[in-house]
Write a protein that binds this ligand. Structure first.
Ligand SMILES: *Cc1c(COP(=O)(O)O)cnc(C)c1O
Length: 393
């Protein structure tokens, strides 16, 4: 039981802090035998997520991906449809669309926020769609229906929802927000679940700021729409017998997950504050390295949830960025690459897409750095010194 020097010195990218009531609540589940969906924790978790996100109500689900799939289905997305998705996102955003039998229509992002570019969205819809007399919006080239717009709050920074909503609403399109890592964020002072999307979806995966081990939640304002999400995620059961009125999913969250989630949410403010503090400290410490790198987006109109920290190397070449990550890994610092854009992923190479100058120039230059909420200041100092040494040689 003598961990090697190596493992003692490793600084991970992001590990959960489970030092609150997690163990106690889990123990409550075990002693009560309420380990499935019965018991107090799922209801309590849903109330806490609704409250924290500023939405009217929440439906807890087993993952962010499942939440996106159920939300898209509830909004009427089905086989053959197109859904607008920003190209710079985690693959789950696109997969949820594909799970509906639909195809993502990949739109480039705004370089200042890494989020869906509303100006480009407007241009693309104007140029490439036609409205049928019954109001259906069609993609001119393929004749497919455009069924929804998905905004993604990348890294927990809210997308420009007012502009996106204006463009979408003028064409009768519902808006869904992939808010996977954005719980705790605000835009113009408004919490992220109250920015106007029909439905917003959170993830509580192990690497998110707030975790259930795995899990998700769908939030919104419209009780009928949320009832449809709940119905879909619980096998579309009608009554207490074995009657089911549509093809539903088994996407429920268990009490075990919700118990961990409740304990985590009790500390939401503290955990998000830690993420922000870590991000701000890196940005400050690298402020004089403008010749080498730029910080992650931090626009004044929002308070992002700062899920990850790191920086973007200036236009250089991929092997130098890779060498920097490798150099950090070599000294036990878990620096990682960022999402490869969706249009470059084999399952989506044929999907309709705008030109992608921003996402293609951005993704490979990103270096993510250790940012666990319990990252020790001395460890952060080690990361900072290692980055400076590798850059300045
Ligand atoms: C984490 C994440 C997801 C997926 O959530 P899971 O709970 O892992 O299914 C989806 N979209 C984005 C942007 C994410 O960061």
């Amino acid at each position: 039981m003598n961990p090697g020097k190596e493992s003692l010195l490793k600084i991970p990218l992001a590990v959960p802090d489970l030092s609150g009531n997690e163990a106690r609540y889990l123990n409550d589940c075990i002693t009560s035998t309420f380990v499935s969906s019965v018991g107090p924790f799922v209801d309590r978790f849903e109330a806490m997520v609704a409250q924290a996100s500023g939405a009217a109500a929440a439906v807890a689900v087993c993952s962010g991906t499942c939440g996106l799939h159920a939300a898209l289905t509830a909004l009427g997305v089905g086989p053959g449809d197109l859904v607008i998705v920003p190209s710079l996102t985690f693959i789950a955003s696109a997969n949820a669309v594909a799970h509906c039998g639909a195809t993502p229509w990949l739109v480039d992002v705004d370089p200042h926020t890494w989020n869906l570019d509303p100006v480009l969205l407007q241009q693309v819809l104007t140029k490439e769609t036609v409205k049928r007399t019954d109001g259906t919006l069609l993609h001119r080239a393929s004749g497919r229906r455009v069924a929804a717009v998905m905004a993604v709050h990348t890294l927990g920074l809210p997308a420009a929802m007012e502009a996106i909503l204006t463009v979408a609403r003028s064409r009768g399109l519902p808006v869904i927000a992939d808010a996977a890592a954005a719980l705790g964020a605000t835009r113009h002072g408004k919490p992220v679940g109250a920015l106007g999307a029909e439905l917003s979806v959170f993830s509580f995966n192990g690497n998110k700021t707030i975790t259930c081990g795995g899990g998700g939640a769908v939030v919104g304002e419209d009780p009928e729409l949320l009832a449809r999400v709940r119905h879909l995620t619980t096998t579309a059961r009608v009554g207490s017998g074995y009657d089911h009125d549509m093809v539903g999913f088994n996407y429920r969250m268990t009490s075990l997950q919700a118990a961990v989630g409740c304990a985590q949410l009790e500390r939401l403010e503290e955990l998000v504050a830690a993420k922000r503090r870590i991000r701000a400290h890196y940005d400050e410490a690298f402020a004089d390295l403008g010749a080498w790198l730029i910080p992650f987006p931090n626009p004044a109109d929002s308070a992002g949830a700062c899920w990850f920290s790191g920086f973007v190397m200036h236009r250089d070449n991929p092997s130098r960025v890779e060498a920097l990550r490798a150099g950090l890994q070599e000294v036990g610092i878990d620096a990682r690459p960022f999402w490869k854009p969706i249009h470059q992923q084999p399952p989506y190479r044929e999907a309709p897409a705008t030109p992608q100058p921003v996402s293609e120039e951005l993704w490979w230059r990103v270096v993510t750095l250790p940012c666990s909420t319990n990252l020790h200041p001395l460890d952060q100092r080690r990361v900072i010194l290692a980055v400076r040494k590798l850059l300045k040689g």
